[in-house]
Design a protein around this ligand. Structure first.
Ligand code: ZN
Length: 217
């Protein structure tokens, strides 16, 4: 799952308005933000295979550290600890950041083919396989994102025109990006290029979310 993860960021903002939406955008993708460098370092493995599923061009071969249930829980706990005792130092904010980190695994579970281990690579691997149906994958991500956008817009108020329309325009942009992501051809079989473009997207999207969120209160 790609842009659908941001549904968790937008929805969690309702529960803790002091949490930065930029941080929540990074938190929901934390395990992917770690996965790509891990791939380049040879710690985890992805194989680029054209049309491996209807929605993806890759096989996720080995990712117990970032995408196991145990790994995700530990990254969420680490995020909690960081925001509880190092930055911000607030229990409620730390909790929503941790939930955002953990939400990645739960949403991935629906779309991935059975490649999400419970704890180690030899443990049971789960994934309900929605990626095998590109339209259903797209519709699910869009529905999640639009539903969460409405929660976010109802729970915050705009102070400027940018604040009023910005987040809606941004979500439409994310939905367009996801058309290319799900239905687009395999652009390149370079793992470095895949990693760089994914990481750039995660950080740019988080920066835009951070900026637009400042226009609402
Ligand atoms: Zn992932």
């Amino acid at each position: 799952m790609f842009v659908g993860h941001y549904a968790a960021s937008l929805a969690l903002k309702k529960f803790e308005k002091r949490a930065s939406l930029g941080v929540l955008f990074l938190a929901v993708q934390l395990v992917d933000i770690l996965f790509f460098p891990f791939v380049l370092l040879g710690i985890e493995r992805i194989n680029i295979i054209e049309n491996y599923t209807q929605s993806t061009h890759f096989q996720l071969e080995y990712m117990p550290f970032t995408h196991s249930l145990l790994g995700s829980a530990l990254w969420a706990a680490a995020a909690y600890a960081l925001f509880r005792w190092v930055f911000i130092k607030n229990h409620a904010i730390a909790l929503v950041v941790a939930l955002a980190v953990f939400s990645h695994w739960v949403l991935d579970l629906v779309v991935h083919t059975p490649d999400l281990p419970l704890w180690s690579d030899s443990s049971l691997k789960l994934g309900f396989g929605l990626w095998n149906n590109a339209i259903a994958t797209y519709v699910l991500e869009a529905a999640l994102l639009l539903g969460a956008l409405s929660v976010y817009l109802k729970s915050t108020t705009a102070s400027t025109a940018t604040g009023r329309y910005g987040m809606g325009v941004f979500v439409v942009f994310l939905l367009l990006v996801n058309v290319l992501n799900i239905f687009g051809p395999l652009g390149s079989d370079s793992k470095v290029q895949l990693a760089v473009s994914a990481l750039a997207a995660y950080f740019v999207f988080a920066a835009v979310a951070f900026w637009l969120d400042k226009k609402r209160n």
